[in-house]
Design a protein around this ligand. Structure first.
Ligand code: F3S
Length: 643
């Protein structure tokens, strides 16, 4: 039996292990990316490894998240990142150049290569046949230092696309349909590989939307073959030399298969407050809308904005609606300007924002109290917009534009003929805002403002675990719930002690105080604990507050790795019904926890308060056990770094 595309790229980068689902493998990493929200910590971790220069073929640091300079903090971080990039051999994408995933797709994506990014939407580059995976910042730092990336070999799901999208239906509707069918846990431990006759009808930006939001399925990554569509895209970017054909073998095997007829899709919408709460737009028509935002790494491409501008041309944004447009990159902004589409958007009443993440992570444009916000983004977890509670709907740019005009949820098919927009023959390729490291990089002075605090160091775990349950949560707790993003906390990303004051702020604002008083603690969670952003602060900062273990029904992939990397033990219930036998405040004890984890023995937590025993499990690989026993990845990797 032949290999599918994911298996081929993994085989070509395999440093350890074998291609059997569930077994740990190690991948050689060609490229890495990080950004300002994770990058300060990632680069501090890299610095702590004492490696003089990155060892990857290409590593980039983008500034796209924390753009507001309401104080010195973000500016400090940007300057630190710029000088660290120059010192250690990374390319630096300056503030204003665009969102990391959009710029990376345009300027650096390469079929057949591996990309590890400290951002959960790194799979966006799967649109060109690249194996692009999101990870915690420490894993990215290790890759920059030349170490492999470890993960459990995912199963590969073939998504067979048939037919062609109808007018007014977007590739966003394709991924929303998958979310409707599979849910936010439907991709855990899986790679989604797209195949079938429908693939060739989708442009690279359309594919990028699908790969980007495959993250919301919980997938390890998503990818498309590198075909003529990819060739045209890379040629138009002036990067034809990066292209090579790549596809699955004709007799490739897959672990699962799904069929999806593109021509059966209709405009869809995810309702508050989860990306899988998907319904046809026609079922929620008429809801009054206060805010519409187009942008984010999901839908801010040239084609997306040209389409929105074509819908708005000659019309006015509804007076009840605040309508924002965020171009994904400077390339997009320049091209919609040259095409006259920017003028059309301005004339219609759009508020044009800087090329950055912006409203997507709550950095500006937080909706008014009680307001309905419709966004072309990828996530609508509660409070992510910056307003609590919020009512955020997710949809395609086409649907968003229709709503901006009517002021109500509207099926865009009511607007008559769909606009036709084409990919350009040539994109505006100007890398002038990407700084390359100098030859004499060892002479670069690192500028470390007062906002850059020292990296907290973890120590090896104690032999036994005895601590109270500091918090018991429900299902699908996101990293946004653990440590929020947004304008308020963005400036504190390089300051763990200050960030610690906001841990679980949305669930229980007394958590930091209680954690400090207890000195050590345990968090109990439901299903899919730690979904969403790859934000390692959601592990790092609780570790700083003394969290020693998280006991949950299940974990999201990246968060589980992040917990182990900072020496928090992730445990699952052997019997999920035992979740109900623990309450917040209970004292839990696991005698000999450290050695029992290492020995693979049966694990039992004693609920001292209730006088009962609760069998638990861990899913740490032998390597992860060593990471845990060493007190986290940084301690483990130091001394093991390749020469
Ligand atoms: Fe930025 Fe939102 Fe994407 S925060 S990287 S635009 S998911």
């Amino acid at each position: 039996m032949g290999l599918n595309l994911a298996q081929k790229i993994i085989r070509d980068h395999l440093a350890e292990g074998e291609l059997r689902p569930g077994r740990e493998i190690a991948l050689r990493i060609d490229q890495t990316l990080t950004h300002d929200a994770m990058g300060t910590m990632t680069l501090l971790q890299f610095e702590a490894m004492d490696i003089p220069r990155v060892k990857t073929r290409l590593s980039l640091c983008y500034v796209d998240h924390s753009m507001m300079q309401a104080g010195f903090q973000n500016a400090d971080d940007h300057m630190f990142l710029q000088t660290m990039a120059a010192r250690y051999g990374l390319l630096f994408s300056r503030p204003g150049n665009g969102i990391c995933h959009q710029v990376h797709l345009e300027r650096f994506s390469e079929p057949g290569e591996t990309l590890l990014g400290s951002d959960s939407h790194t799979p966006t580059c799967g649109a060109v046949g690249m194996l692009a995976i999101g990870a915690g910042g420490l894993d990215v730092a290790v890759a920059m230092a030349g170490g492999p990336y470890y993960l459990k070999m995912p199963s590969v799901v073939q998504v067979i696309l048939k037919g062609k999208l109808l007018p007014w239906v977007a590739s966003k509707d394709l991924i929303l349909d998958l979310l409707r069918r599979l849910g936010v846990k439907g991709g855990l431990g899986r790679i989604f590989e797209f195949a079938g006759e429908g693939v060739e009808t989708l442009t690279v930006p359309q594919r990028a939307t699908v790969c980007n939001m495959g993250t919301e399925l919980g997938a390890t990554t998503s990818l498309f073959p590198s075909d003529q569509m990819v060739h045209s895209f890379l040629r138009a970017q002036g990067r034809e030399g990066a292209w090579k054909p790549l596809s699955a073998d004709p007799d490739a095997g897959y672990d699962e298969s799904i069929e999806l007829d593109l021509s059966s899709l209709e405009p869809l919408m995810a309702c508050p407050s989860s990306p899988d709460e998907v319904v046809p737009v026609r079922e929620v028509e008429g809801i009054a809308v206060d805010q519409v935002c187009v942008g984010s790494c999901t839908n801010s491409s040239y084609i997306d904005l040209m389409t929105v501008a074509a819908i708005l041309k000659g019309k006015r944004v509804h007076p009840a609606v605040s309508f924002t447009v965020t171009p994904g990159s400077r390339q997009v902004l320049q091209m919609i300007s040259e095409a006259g589409a920017l003028t059309d958007l301005i004339a219609a009443g759009a508020r044009i924002l800087e090329c950055s993440c912006g409203p997507c992570n709550g950095t500006g444009q937080a909706p008014a109290t009680g307001a309905v916000s419709v966004r072309s983004f990828n996530r609508n977890f509660p409070g992510r917009s910056g307003t609590t509670p919020d009512q955020v709907y997710l949809c395609s740019p086409q649907v968003a534009a229709a709503i901006a005009v009517t002021g109500r949820v509207t099926d865009p098919r009511r607007l008559g003929d769909a606009p036709r927009t084409e990919l350009p023959e040539l994109f505006a390729a100007d890398d002038g805002m990407i700084l390359r490291p100098p030859e004499n990089s060892e002479q670069v002075e690192i500028r470390r403002g007062p906002n850059i605090k020292p990296l907290p160091r973890s120590t090896a775990p104690a032999e036994s675990l005895r601590a109270p349950v500091l918090l018991k949560t429900g299902d699908n707790v996101s990293t946004d719930d653990i440590i929020p993003a947004g304008a308020k906390l963005g400036p504190l990303r390089s300051n763990v002690p200050a960030s610690a004051e906001y841990v679980f702020e949305r669930i229980d604002s007394s958590f930091p105080t209680r954690a400090k008083e207890a000195g050590a603690g345990i968090v109990v969670g439901g299903w899919n604990y730690g979904q969403g952003s790859s934000r390692e602060h959601a592990a790092l900062v609780p570790a700083y507050l003394g969290v020693k273990a998280v006991l949950a029904k299940s974990f999201a992939r990246i968060h589980q790795s992040n917990l182990i990397n900072v020496c928090i033990l992730p445990l699952t219930f052997a019997d999920e019904a035992d979740y109900d036998r623990i309450e917040q405040g209970d004292l839990l004890e696991m005698v000999g926890a450290r050695d029992r984890v290492a020995a693979g023995s049966d694990l039992v937590i004693v609920n001292v308060t209730k006088g009962i025993e609760i069998p638990v499990r861990h899913a740490l690989t032998p390597r992860q056990v060593e990471v845990y026993r060493a007190g986290g990845m940084l301690n483990y990797f130091r001394g093991k770094a390749p020469a």
